[in-house]
Design a protein around this ligand. Structure first.
Ligand code: A5P
Length: 225
């Protein structure tokens, strides 16, 4: 059993008729979108917003109705993956570079369900480099300020080209391990002009974390009341 698929399909069980659904990004959210597409084709009446162009394209291919952000007041439920989850339910996200849209949608969702395989669960965040979305203007200066706070900071590239997000920004991946106080680090990073958003998703945003192992065992941990 693919643990990502198992966790994704479990979280999809929270979806109800008439809801507006936030679609996550990445290889785990992929399975949630597939399942939602299946349910829509079987008659489920929902509408969705997507956290990336990639997920939006996938959803459209599967026949999931996509809303423009200007038509959305709030999202009923979002299902998304994560790169790391600590014991308190804080997350690192953004390995796929979609962190800004993911955070906007998670923040505006009544429920935020996180889906991961068991390898993503950690004692302390930060072994996975923390993605920080920065605006291109004077990004060299922003990188300098970030480097004062981290052991290393690398400007993300794909095949020698600077990685550009769906929002036209760049990603700095920083080694902040161990992240002992995610809320303080998030606030400190966001105080730097040029930082658009961080990949730290604090526990108060999270409704549940569904974790699946390689044997198909699924555990849903409730974080927010
Ligand atoms: C996308 O930017 C990310 O936040 C993903 O949600 C996260 O990287 C998890 O991706 P996988 O499900 O592919 O591991």
């Amino acid at each position: 059993m693919n643990p990502k698929k198992a966790a994704a399909e479990k979280a999809v069980e929270n979806i109800r008729e008439g809801m507006i659904i936030g679609l996550g990004t990445g290889s785990t959210a992929f399975w949630a979108i597939q399942k939602i597409g299946e349910l829509v084709r079987a008659g489920l009446d929902i509408k969705a917003v997507a956290t990336s162009i990639q997920s939006e394209n996938l959803a459209r291919e599967l026949g999931i109705p996509i809303l423009a952000f200007s038509d959305v007041v709030s999202v009923d439920l979002t299902i998304d993956g994560a790169d790391e989850v600590d014991r308190q339910g804080n997350l690192i996200k953004g390995g796929g570079g979609a962190l800004l849209r993911e955070k906007i949608i998670a923040y505006n969702s009544k429920a935020f369900h996180v889906i991961v395989d068991h390898k993503k669960m950690v004692e302390q965040l930060g072994k996975f480099p923390l993605p920080v979305e920065i605006i291109p203007f004077a990004h060299e200066l922003t990188l300098k300020r970030l480097r004062e706070l981290a052991a290393t900071v690398v400007l993300r590239k794909t095949e020698d080209k600077i990685f550009i997000t769906d929002n036209g920004n760049m990603i700095a991946d920083g080694n902040f391990y161990p992240v002992s106080d995610p809320a303080s680090l998030d606030a400190r990073l966001k105080s730097i002009p040029g930082v658009a958003e961080t990949g730290l998703f604090l526990r108060h945003m999270v409704t549940t974390i569904t974790v699946s192992d390689d044997h198909g065992n699924i555990n849903t941990i409730r974080i927010a009341p």
